[in-house]
Design a protein around this ligand. Structure first.
Ligand SMILES: O=c1ccn([C@@H]2O[C@H](COP(=O)(O)OP(=O)(O)O[C@H]3O[C@@H](CO)[C@H](O)[C@H]3O)[C@@H](O)[C@H]2O)c(=O)[nH]1
Ligand SMILES: [Mn+2]
Length: 363
């Protein structure tokens, strides 16, 4: 009799969140790695459009009607017509871990030609500590066959809990529109076999297309902002979340890793459309990044929510001078926390499970 396949890692502790405007045939390629996990699909755009999900996947699907029904007036904090909508899936999940992936990201191959189980690598990244306080020159010391190098303080070798695992992309790199315009044919062919901790006090450009995090450690900070329809900016959803998240991780002593796993990013979005979306962001980030670099959270902020609300106040007062958009964004950050508390407390009791109006889970 064939040996039973081992249950996938953290099968019942992880949700896969997919923002989408199209049918999800891409899941066929991920089937060997994803089929045992629960998916949360956030359908953006026209809620009356039917999204096809391949048979055999266990999922819940939320469209804009569901978001409005579940959150009521608070739904205004969830972006429309931008991949930022994915954070609604983080709100609705009840699992400890989240992996989010775009629907134009496929299984990549490592240099030996082996298919990369991106989910498995993210899980390894999340369940092992990070080293934000002192850089290990052999990179991830917790990986098989590696260790801390000479001179690494023993007092720091325990590391800190890992909150975020940021994966990368072969083929189409996540370039901004100006770079896409001047380098339309550039492809990322470089597979770097490393996982690194982003040092404390250092920000980084977090891309949402191949990203995993510990929802219990950092979930409330993973708000993807006000983007897309009705807002003067787009394609800065993941960047905004990454800057807020990193400041809070540094304050609370949590770690962020970047590097493996790779996915194969198949489709370049239109650089001209992207330029229109990113235009304000390209200017505003020159002010926003120094704001985050100098942000100091109150010592008595001991929870992610408290940190996030303190940061929201700073965004309104300090970045609000840059543009009134940041006053709205600061308010939306507060609404997000209110929604987070409301949904998660109501979901505490079984009967309160809020089912999607769209297509609910399939056995
Ligand atoms: O209005 C929309 C547009 C797209 N989506 C879904 O979001 C992801 C990403 O879309 P796409 O692959 O077309 O865009 P990219 O430029 O490659 O995305 C990168 O830029 C960031 C923009 O914020 C994004 O996080 C990166 O991945 C797909 O799943 C689309 O279906 C959407 O929901 N709404
Ligand atoms: Mn893409």
């Amino acid at each position: 009799m064939a040996a039973a396949r081992p249950a996938p890692l953290l099968k019942d502790e992880l949700d896969i969140v997919i923002p989408t405007i199209r049918n999800l045939e891409f899941l066929e390629m991920w089937r060997p790695f994803f089929e045992q996990y629960h998916l949360i699909i956030v359908q953006d755009g026209d809620p009356w459009k039917k999204i096809k999900v391949p048979d055999g996947f266990d999922y819940e699907l939320y469209n804009r009607n569901d978001i409005n029904r579940i959150l009521g007036p608070k739904a205004a904090c969830i972006s429309f017509k931008d991949s930022a909508c994915r954070c609604f899936g983080y709100l609705m999940s009840k699992k400890k871990y989240i992996f989010t992936i775009d629907d134009d990201c496929f299984v990549a191959k490592d240099p030996s030609g082996k298919a990369i189980n991106a989910l498995e690598q993210h899980i390894k990244n999340l369940v092992t500590p990070s080293t934000p306080h002192f850089f290990n020159t052999l990179y991830d010391p917790y990986r098989d066959g590696v260790d801390f190098v000479r001179g690494y303080p023993f007092s720091l070798r325990e590391g800190v809990p890992t909150a975020v695992s940021h994966g990368l992309w072969l083929n189409i790199p996540d370039y901004d529109a100006p770079t896409q315009l001047v380098k339309p044919l550039e492809r990322n062919t470089r597979y770097v076999d490393a996982v690194m901790t982003v040092p404390k006090g250092t920000l980084f450009p977090m891309c949402g297309m191949n990203l995993a995090f510990d929802r219990e450690l950092i979930g409330p900070a993973m708000y993807f902002g006000l983007m897309g329809d009705g807002h003067p900016i787009g394609r800065y959803d993941d960047m905004w979340a990454g800057w807020c998240m990193k400041v809070i991780c540094d304050h609370l002593g949590l770690g962020v890793k970047t590097g493996l796993p790779y996915i194969w990013h198949s489709k370049a979005s239109n650089p001209f459309v992207n330029l229109k979306k990113e235009y304000n962001g390209i200017f505003w980030q020159e002010k926003a990044i120094p704001f985050f670099q100098s942000a100091v959270l109150p010592k008595d902020c001991n929870s992610v929510e408290e940190c996030y609300l303190a940061l929201a106040g700073e965004v309104k007062s300090k970045l609000g001078e840059l543009d009134p958009y940041f006053v709205k964004l600061g308010d939306a950050m507060v609404t997000w926390i209110e929604a987070w508390d409301e949904v998660n407390n109501s979901l505490g009791t079984k009967s309160a499970k809020i089912l999607p109006n769209g297509t609910s889970k399939k056995a």
